[in-house]
Design a binder for this molecule. Structure first.
Ligand code: OXD
Length: 302
């Protein structure tokens, strides 16, 4: 491999050390430069390659030699910043284990809702041994977004007996599918076209007692509308692994909505070894002028 300028690493401190170790194990000749606010323009200017999940504000405009941005996250919207020069290629890591992990999270939360576990947990708290009728109609699931993650969710839920219907933006209007879905799972990329898609009108279109599972981005959901829909009983609740503001502040009203389960963006993460292997393979393609694996269409946003 020919000598390259250091690779700029945009990772949270907890993620940076295992990634640096995984890349060193696979390509010891590569030099990594973890980003810090103290780095000045002279150090940043030679950067040709960025590996990360989000640009700090103003950074992309300070990288005049940038050629390639490799996203270690499935969602790339935080890298497609306005000051990213038009010619810079963007691609992403696609980790099948991450898709499986997310599908497991969705299966867990969908089954918890469909099998009325919160009801039995409440009964246990008051020592009630009471059987409730099961509603078979709870098994219709709309999966919004049919990329690697959406398809894996569909595969796992299908195997569990849920009737899964996929939806993509090109499938056309969403309302009819929402009206026929007891559970809606959001696995869409966040783009200007999908931001705020899950709003009061979407929740009103769902059958009363419906349930939302969001493993994509908080920006897809108008959270005030979701809270109103749950408090009014239109929705039974929601499982939100992602929220508009992460980390969620203490004062966020979502914390205390009965029926809403919050997890801190843990549905699944890519493994450092997979990120390292795909990044190194992508770098070789870049150096040889070959097509990058898993390219991102910057216009579409995914
Ligand atoms: C994401 C990820 O995009 O964790 O949310 O990969």
């Amino acid at each position: 491999m020919t000598q390259t300028p250091p690779i700029l690493l945009l990772a949270d401190p907890g993620m940076a050390a295992p990634l640096v170790a995984a890349i060193a194990a696979q390509a010891p000749e590569l030099q990594l430069l973890p980003f810090s606010r103290q780095l000045d323009d002279a150090v940043l200017a030679p950067t040709e390659v960025v590996l990360g999940w989000r640009f700090p504000p103003g950074l992309a405009g300070r990288l005049p030699a940038l050629r390639w941005v490799c996203s270690m996250a499935a969602g790339v919207e935080k890298l497609l910043v306005p000051d990213l020069a038009p010619g810079v290629a963007v691609s992403r890591v696609v980790d099948p284990d991450q898709a499986l992990g997310i599908a497991q999270y969705v299966a867990l939360t969908a089954l918890r809702h469909a099998r009325a576990l919160p009801l039995y947990e409440a009964q246990q708290a008051s020592r009630q041994w009471r059987r409730q009728p099961m509603a078979a109609a709870r098994s219709r699931v709309a999966v919004l977004g049919w990329g690697e993650v959406g398809r894996e969710i569909g595969r796992v839920l299908g195997a569990l007996g849920f009737a899964v219907t996929p939806w993509q933006r090109r499938s056309g209007p969403l309302a009819a599918l929402l009206a026929a879905s007891d559970i809606v799972v959001n696995a869409l990329p966040l783009t200007t076209a999908t931001e705020g898609l899950l709003d009061a009108a979407a929740f009103a279109a769902m059958p009363r007692g419906g349930y939302l599972i969001n493993i994509a981005r908080g920006g897809h959901v108008v959270e005030a509308d979701l809270i109103a829909a749950v408090l009014s009983g239109q929705l039974a609740g929601a499982a939100l692994d992602v929220q508009a503001t992460e980390p969620m502040p203490d004062a966020d009203p979502l914390w205390a909505v009965p029926g809403v389960s919050i997890t801190p963006h843990i549905a699944a993460q890519s493994s450092p070894a997979t990120v390292a292997a795909q990044f190194v393979a992508g770098l070789r393609c870049l150096q040889q002028g070959a097509a990058l694996p898993n390219p991102v269409d910057r216009t579409l946003g995914y």
